[in-house]
Design a protein around this ligand. Structure first.
Ligand SMILES: C[S@@+](CC[C@H](N)C(=O)[O-])C[C@H]1O[C@@H](n2cnc3c(N)ncnc32)[C@H](O)[C@@H]1O
Length: 279
């Protein structure tokens, strides 16, 4: 067999786009070679061109999904870009807690949660700084398209290197158990979190029931992989899922695709978005 041609890479890019809406730049085609080695090995294949030929000849939805998932970028860390968490602690959560004091419930969604650090960071923040929430109904949802990272999030186990990125030492001591080489999130925090696989680019979002409203949504560092059109559709769906006084955080380099339905608020060195209501 020959090495993959540009048509093979084009086929793979299209396949990934079709399933996850991630737009991969041709200048990064080499990533297919590095990231699909495990899949090639499992298929008993030596080169990407064999894989493409196989897919061209026969539909294989499971294999196609595995390829799309393998091409996701799962970079994350605890309290990544600490400013949104700090703003929640000092300003936004106290206000939300006041307005929810009768309903006694708060819902959070880490959309594109990767290996779960964002969701667990929220759990630790709530537990550490808001003891008055004991007895409230608190739920932190985490979803990601990639099954492998969702399993890791569910396991709540992190390597020393992951723990050393962004986590204050006292949080490690207080909220993790040391298990062999790894650190495991304590049940007190895990019970707040719920992880599952979910694609943000399907016609229906992972949450779509009438009462599925969130108080805070983190949609960070994922839209940069999407086209402008996908971002617009996704943010319209997110708008419907936020409570009228809810809060959306995007990644520090991301902006709403349709600014007309969002009010942006600059505070504490960061920006968050509130859904504008139709007048
Ligand atoms: C760079 S990580 C960001 C993780 C976290 N939000 C953060 O900011 O640290 C991007 C995540 O988006 C996920 N992702 C990419 N396309 C997606 C899609 N269509 N639906 C859901 N998740 C997706 C990837 O699997 C990856 O875990």
């Amino acid at each position: 067999m020959e090495q993959a041609t540009s048509a093979d890479y084009g086929y793979l890019r299209q396949l990934v786009f079709g399933l996850s809406q991630n737009v991969l730049d041709p200048s990064r085609d080499y990533l297919f070679d590095t990231r699909l080695t495990k899949i090639l090995r499992n298929q008993g294949m030596a080169h990407l061109d064999e894989l493409v030929l196989h897919l061209r000849m026969r539909k294989d939805p499971l294999l196609e999904r595995a390829i799309a998932e393998a091409m996701t970028i799962n970079e994350t860390s605890f309290f990544r870009d600490s400013r949104p968490f700090e703003l929640l602690r000092t300003e936004l959560l106290p206000k939300l807690i006041e307005t929810r004091k009768h309903a006694r419930g708060l819902r959070f969604w880490s959309a594109a949660c990767s290996t779960g650090q964002e969701a667990y960071s929220l759990g630790m923040l709530l537990t550490e700084h808001f003891p008055l929430l004991v007895g409230w109904s608190l739920r932190i949802e985490g979803t990601d398209i990639c099954g492998e990272v969702v399993e890791r999030a569910q396991s709540g186990c992190y390597h020393r290197i992951e723990i050393n990125r962004g986590l204050p030492a006292r949080f490690v001591v207080r909220y993790f158990d040391h298990v062999g080489e790894d650190w495991s999130v304590k049940p007190e925090i895990r019970k707040l979190t719920h992880f599952r696989q979910g694609n943000l680019c399907l016609p229906t979002l992972p949450f779509n029931r009438a009462g599925d409203r969130f108080d805070v949504i983190f949609l960070r560092n994922v839209m940069l992989y999407f086209s402008q059109e996908t971002r617009k559709t996704l943010l319209a769906g997110i708008h419907r899922l936020l409570a009228p006084d809810g809060i959306l955080f995007l990644g520090s380099s991301e902006q709403p695709a349709d600014p007309s339905i969002w009010t942006s608020v600059l505070s504490g060195g960061t920006c968050y978005f509130k859904p504008r209501q139709p007048s």
